[in-house]
Write a protein that binds this ligand. Sequence first.
Ligand code: SAM
Ligand code: TMP
Ligand code: ZN
Length: 417
Amino acid sequence: MSEPASTRKPDPGRCRVCGNDVVKFLDLGRQPLSDAFLTPKDIGHEFFYRLAVGFCADCTMVQLMEEVPRERMFHQDYPYHSSGSSVMREHFAETARRFLETELADTDDPFIVELGCNDGIMLKTVRDAGVRHLGFEPSGGVGRLAASEGIRVREDFFEERTAADVRGREGTADVIYAANTLCHIPYMDSVLRGVDTLLAPNGVFVFEDPYLGDIVERTSFDQIYDEHFFFFTARSVGEMARGAGLELVDVERLPVHGGEVRYTLARAEARPPSPAVAALLAEEAERGLADPGTLEAFANRVARHRDDLVALLRRLRAEGRTVAAYGATAKSATVTNYCGIGTELVAFVSDSTPAKQDRLSPGMHLPVVPPEVFAKARPDYALLFAWNHAEEIMRKEEDFARDGGRWILYVPEVRVV
Ligand code: SAM
Ligand code: TMP
Ligand code: ZN
């Protein structure tokens, strides 16, 4: 058995999928960990790394140039709670229902394994159906929330070694599923060998992550941060699958989290690919998503959006307006640190997550406060960091707009609404 994936030192500048050269096209500078919300005693002890993105000319995979050690990001105090959004709760209930009606309906004793089950947002529905399941969740705090609700959780990273262990104890899985998690895992070689070991002969490996096509189209550069190591396309996922004896057999675009794609992989030649695969591949070719020029143009737009946003915030402050922010997202670490948005431009950030409240945002140290404080303070403007939850948040905060408050958005363009 090979050593755990995390202990092997990666070769910088080498593609983590195919091993060829990765060429940098965007540098967002020195950045803190995106989910490391600080207490005052943490100031001065923050971990920083270089956030730059590159492109593999061989397999086309877009990826970070530097890996942050996984234990720094995913640990007991990992603060992201998936169930904080009602839209996402419904999305994952529907996802689980679909598995239960299709892949998990055809076998006697179906088994589904989830990577990054977090607080159990998806597996809850599987548990209710009495179907055998296991959630991998290395972040103990959120994993325990799932376990306390009767969901089976293994507090561990998914990789070749842990996958083989599950296979030995519990047999093969009909579905291996990962939402907003596969793109978090740089040691893809180990993960794919783990999938190969654990997946049933006719099983499926399904994952959904932010789609490079949407990121480029919307210039949503804040999708780039320590935890998001890979930025997938149908083309790059297809190449990755091929290299692992798997095949991309279906794709589905999803509206959640600012635009994602759900990819379905099966063992090579086990299932015919759906027409959606060829259609998305053709669309990507047409858009030039694998052309370096497209990515360079994206990088130029990123710099322009930064300049536009900073100019707007400076103007508002010069006019004496009060500005706060909404949603202490991991994404906002990139925006605030890349644009240099500190308390002189934005007074505080409102967030509903208890684990983030009364802390300071990573790097720029904006105070994070509960929504009640936001409601009371009634700033003139609110910079919406959680733009991917815009509808849900604007509905919740309709009093703010009714009383004359204005939202500032920066995706796909900087604008006030
Ligand atoms: N699936 C949930 C969702 O979509 O809301 C949670 C997504 S959260 C952004 C990513 C999760 O992946 C974290 O809870 C983290 O602890 C977990 N994770 C990170 N590396 C992992 C690995 N190697 N195996 C399994 N889970 C992992
Ligand atoms: P996400 O974009 O990574 O899902 O993070 C969303 C953040 O926004 C998370 O910290 C929770 C917060 N949030 C609110 O404060 N109020 C809300 O209504 C929603 C949906 C999210
Ligand atoms: Zn490559």
